[in-house]
Structure formats: structure tokens, C-alpha cells
Design a protein around this ligand. Structure first.
Ligand SMILES: Nc1ncnc2c1ncn2[C@@H]1O[C@H](COP(=O)(O)OP(=O)(O)OP(=O)(O)O)[C@@H](O)[C@H]1O
Ligand SMILES: [Mg+2]
Length: 306
């Protein structure tokens, strides 16, 4: 059963098309990823789905409500962590949360318990009476998540929830996203980070220049990513590029000023084969690094495959 249905959605800023005729569905209870490079149209889409921005054209239903007619109903059933979210710096954690409770009509008698519980869950309880201007970026982001969740939304929109956070803060947030999802919440998550998307999402749409160019499970997309993986390698001494190209684990070789970029089939097998090549040719290894796929490579691969 789908809880978000998007049909032929487009968004123009003056003459510029930021979202170009996209259609997709998000199923109830899934974590749906929206993955794409800077400027792809992710935030624009999230802002439209969360009723902040009007679409130029297309139809959207959220929880069977039409976004054009019933945006108030939709507002009540969603939570949003915007890209540039903020807390009120002169208010404490509890005051910020109370403000959200006012906004969403959370019954007064339930508030204290709800607020205390969620602050405990996000490891912020010891900061309950601290003004948020004293919060670090990671603490602020956790509080922003609490603010988006305090009214128990059915669907949570997260626009780059872990951008700029350290490993520890990202981990806390990712685990809590999983926990809420396991309890039944549908999550719509944007990111430009393939690792984050494949770790969390049930399905991922890849968006580029306003268009969805792939939509699949992380497992299936990973196969494409893998084929776009490269190794950058520098040897001492020259070799014949053709000899590298002849290796069975290498699909393509690009020579740059002082190194080679190798498009490989499988990192482990390629590693073994290249080490063997180095020994047989009496070369000395100066630099060797496995590069995570660049977006452009993945896109090219996807376009190639389609
Ligand atoms: N208010 C606006 N007016 C004009 N152009 C805009 C506006 N907001 C966004 N754009 C343009 O629309 C395109 C999509 O922007 P959007 O913010 O949706 O991308 P994004 O995928 O969220 O990128 P990022 O990863 O950088 O957050 C970009 O080219 C952007 O410059
Ligand atoms: Mg954005």
C-alpha cells in the first residue's frame, strides 16, 4: 500500500526546471531514499511533499489526501527535518519542544511525559533546561529530530539528516531512524551519500538534474555502483597501458598525469590481479587507493545500462 503517490510532478523556478516530470510511490512502512548530487532537486521535492512549496504541475497524494485540497490534513500527519533546520536559540530544549506541541495541538496532559521520553531517547535529557544556543551542531540536529517527531507523525521527511555530523552523532541518528521505522513510521530521506542511503533505505530513487534516473533496492543499485568503482594507482616506471587493459578484472583504464584510473569489476579480485601484475613486471607500487564511485560514473553506468 502506498502512502505517497507522486504523478508527473514538475517544479519551475521562473524558467528553470528544478524537478522534471517525476513519478513514484512510497510504500507504507518503508524507508525511501532520494539520492542525488547537489542541485538535483531533492530539497525542492521534499519541500513540495511537505506542503511548504507549491508544485508547478502534477498530482500528489499523501495518506490518500490530495496535496492541493487537503494540505492541512497532510501537515498533521507528517514531520519534517528541513535542510536548513533551526531551533530557537534563546529557548531551552523543553521550551522548543513545547512550542512544537502548541503548533501540533499535542494535549497538555501528555506533553511532559512525551517530551521527557523523547529527550531520553535522543540522549538529550541532561540538556532539558539548557538554552539551545549552547548546543553543538550534533546536539541541535538531534533536538530538531525530536521536534519533528513529538506529534507522532505517520511519515517523517528528512532532508540530509546527518550532513556535517561526526560519525558518533550520525550513528545515533541513523539508529533512531531505524527504530522509528521498525515501529511503523514511513521515512522519506534525502541524501547525497550512497553509503547512508544503502545502509538505511528499502528502496532508493536516484535523482539527477530534476529527473529520476533509477529506482531500485540498494542491493540492485549496488551492483551498478560496484561496476563504477575505480582504483587509482601509481607505479614507478612506465608500463604499456594495453597490458593493464588486458587484465580480466579491469574494464577500462584512464591515464592521468602521474597515475592510472582503473575501472574494475570486483575490488578484491582486481586487487589480487593487480598485485600479481606488479610482481611479474617488477614494478614498485607508489600509491594505491580504492575510490568510491563518483556520481557521474554511476549515472553514466545507469544511462549506459538503460
Ligand atoms: N528558490 C529558488 N529559486 C531558484 N532556483 C532554485 C531555488 N531553489 C532551488 N533552486 C535551484 O533548483 C535546483 C534544485 O535545487 P535543490 O535545492 O532542490 O537541490 P538539492 O538536490 O536539494 O541539492 P543539495 O544537495 O545541494 O541540497 C538547483 O539548481 C537550485 O539552484
Ligand atoms: Mg538539498
Amino acid at each position: 500500500m502506498s502512502v505517497i503517490t507522486v504523478k508527473n510532478l514538475s517544479k519551475y523556478y521562473n524558467n528553470f526546471c528544478a524537478v522534471d516530470n517525476i513519478s513514484f510511490e512510497v510504500k507504507k512502512g518503508e524507508i525511501f531514499g532520494f539520492l542525488g548530487p547537489n542541485g538535483a532537486g531533492k530539497t525542492t521535492t521534499v519541500r513540495i511533499l511537505s506542503t511548504i512549496l507549491r508544485p508547478s504541475s502534477g498530482n500528489i497524494e499523501i495518506g490518500n489526501w490530495d496535496i492541493k485540497k487537503d494540505s492541512f490534513k497532510i501537515k498533521q500527519m507528517i514531520g519534517l527535518v528541513p535542510e536548513t533546520a533551526n531551533v530557537y536559540p534563546d529557548l531551552t530544549a523543553i521550551q522548543n519542544l513545547n512550542l512544537m506541541c502548541d503548533l501540533y495541538d499535542v494535549p497538555k496532559r501528555e506533553r511532559k511525559e512525551k517530551i521527557e521520553n523523547i529527550l531520553r531517547q535522543f540522549q538529550l535529557y541532561d540538556k532539558i533546561n539548557v538554552k539551545t544556543k549552547q548546543f553543538s551542531k550534533g546536539l541541535k540536529q538531534r533536538l530538531i529530530l525530536c521536534m519533528a517527531l513529538i506529534h507522532n507523525p505517520d511519515i517523517l521527511f528528512l532532508d540530509e539528516p546527518t550532513a556535517g555530523l561526526d560519525v558518533q552523532s550520525s550513528r545515533v541518528i541513523k539508529n533512531l531512524i531505524k527504530e522509528y521505522n521498525e515501529k511503523g513510521m514511513t521515512i522519506f530521506l534525502t541524501t547525497h551519500n550512497m553509503e547512508v542511503a544503502s545502509e538505511l533505505c528499502d528502496r532508493i530513487a536516484i535523482i539527477n538534474k530534476g529527473k529520476i534516473i533509477a529506482l531500485d533496492s540498494p542491493q540492485n543499485l549496488k551492483k551498478i555502483f560496484q561496476q563504477a568503482q575505480t582504483i587509482e594507482i601509481t607505479f614507478n616506471g612506465g608500463i604499456e597501458q594495453a597490458n593493464l587493459e588486458n587484465l580480466s578484472e579491469i574494464n577500462k583504464v584512464i591515464k592521468t598525469v602521474d597515475n592510472y584510473r582503473l575501472f574494475i569489476k570486483n575490488p578484491t579480485n582486481a586487487f589480487i590481479e593487480i598485485m600479481d601484475f606488479i610482481q611479474k613486471n617488477n614494478l614498485k607500487l607508489i600509491k594505491f587507493s580504492l575510490q568510491t564511485p563518483k556520481f557521474e560514473d554511476v549515472f553514466l553506468k545507469i544511462i549506459e545500462e538503460s
